[in-house]
Design a binder for this molecule. Structure first.
Ligand code: FAD
Length: 339
């Protein structure tokens, strides 16, 4: 059981800035995110797009914003649990909460901040009857190490950067690689697409245009993928592993079952403390709703500041929480390691 002051659910821009605001008030945080990396929508949905409405940054790339936030919270040494979905939130009889994650981690804390944005990003799955039995054995939506597929016959489905990048990497390890996409147009770096075509010309991999229409399986093993090609033919492509990279979609998931008051899938909060209907559980960023709410990063930053003050008052009852400026306060300088 991990013990900490605050657990933040979600490592999007607002969850990251929440670490900063809590850190200024001397509170330690653990941050849990379903994704294997930090950044939320900024990294998942529009990493290379410029953002123009972050105060004092006339233009800032979305991934750059996350890198800057990561740098800004470094003095507070937050502990990240990435690739973990928070599945349960249990209020404790003596106060505080225990959160459980999909990876079996349990965290005990005094307060919880839900910064879950649109929900946990999940892979778009293959909707075929045998798919569930194959998942984790011969069907994969996430790859950590291409070497794990050494000597295998692989089909990679998808037309984005993940599909291209992994295809190019797998060529170095697998026995055969077929990239399968429904169109000749890709949403990937042009250099990767050019390299893929060059490898196809050199007969080191193949590209097939079509849709997956069936799987030939034996228990949890894959024998072949049936593909309907653009010409209308159905062909059987032998493979031992199928890697599907069709992008991610957000799902509110377990948060909807935690007994918190919702308004159209968003958590209701008050605008003084950003507390939900459960005392001690706060919600900031895109996941919350209140009159006048605007789903903007700068709104989430403001919410994080007020939630941090409310949490400090909650965790240190009877103690006056003073507003201190980072420019002039020696205590802030100490916490920021800028003495
Ligand atoms: P998110 O960024 O959604 O992050 C939430 C994180 O929580 C995710 O990583 C998710 O995996 C995780 N999570 C959810 N549930 C769980 C769970 N149960 N367990 C573990 N982890 C969980 N805003 C602006 O201000 N300016 C702009 O110019 C702008 N441009 C945009 C352009 C596009 C194309 C899009 C899609 C959005 C844009 N936005 C912009 C909106 C902005 O991205 C969001 O307001 C912001 O990302 C919200 O941040 P967040 O931290 O609240 O949530």
């Amino acid at each position: 059981m991990i013990e900490t002051d605050v657990v933040i659910v979600g490592a999007g821009p607002v969850g990251l800035f929440q670490v900063f605001e809590l850190g200024l008030l001397g509170l330690k945080a653990h941050v849990v995110d379903a994704m294997p990396h930090i950044g939320g929508q900024c990294v998942e949905l529009y990493p290379d797009k410029p953002i123009y409405d972050i105060p004092a940054l006339p233009v800032c790339g979305a991934r750059e914003l996350i890198e800057r936030l990561h740098e800004q919270i470094r003095p507070f040494a937050p502990q990240f649990h990435l690739g973990h979905t928070v599945t349960a939130l249990q209020p404790q009889a003596g106060g505080g909460f225990v959160l459980s994650t999909s990876a079996g981690t349990r965290l005990r804390c005094g307060a919880v901040v839900i910064a879950a944005g649109l929900g946990a990003f999940e892979p778009r799955r293959l909707a075929l009857p045998q798919a569930a039995a194959l998942e984790g054995h011969a069907l994969h939506y996430l790859v950590r190490d291409a070497k794990a597929f050494a000597g295998q016959d692989i089909i990679v489905a998808g037309g984005g950067d993940s599909a291209l990048d992994w295809s190019l990497e797998l060529v170095e390890h697998a026995r055969s690689v077929v990239l399968l996409h429904r169109s000749p147009r890709f949403k990937a770096a042009p250099a990767s697409v050019a390299r893929m075509h060059a490898l196809c010309d050199a007969l080191r991999m193949q590209f097939l245009e079509g849709d997956i229409v069936g799987l030939d399986t034996a228990d949890t093993a894959l024998q072949a993928v049936r593909v309907r090609t653009r010409a209308g033919l159905t062909v059987r492509v032998e493979a031992t592993h199928l890697l599907v990279f069709w992008g991610l979609h957000p799902k509110l998931g377990p948060i909807a079952d935690w007994g918190l008051a919702l308004d159209r899938h968003l958590l209701q909060v008050d605008t003084a403390h950003f507390q939900t209907s459960q005392p001690g559980v706060y919600a900031v960023g895109d996941i919350n709703t209140y009159p006048g709410k605007k789903k903007l990063i700068l709104s989430g930053f403001h919410e994080a500041a007020l939630a941090a003050f409310a949490i400090k008052e909650q965790l240190t009852p009877g103690e006056k929480v003073h507003l201190q400026y980072t420019t002039t306060s020696p205590l802030m300088h100490k916490r920021l390691h800028v003495e």
